[in-house]
Design a protein around this ligand. Sequence first.
Ligand code: FES
Length: 105
Amino acid sequence: MPQITVVDQSGETSSVEAPVGRTLMEVIRDNGFDELLALCGGCCSCATCHVFIDESHFASLPKMTEDENDLLDSSSYRNEFSRLSCQVPITDALEGLKVTIAPED
Ligand code: FES
């Protein structure tokens, strides 16, 4: 099972296990990071699961859909490593991933 590092909004890092087949949003939420609101429950309509992916893993993620891209545009904190974590499936390729929870808009 991939081990990933989550950086919360205060900059604190935690190492968590990420079961293959879950989404990154579910893993972060289920590990008690309440600041990741994920209000729509993962159906790509709220953008409150915004995260920044470390550069070394970013390219290995599935391509962003138009919906995800449009939603991310609504965040003033969007950067080149932004993703909606509910759209990122956990795979073995994410071993060692470092993900940072974006500030709340
Ligand atoms: S949880 Fe709403 S867009 Fe990801």
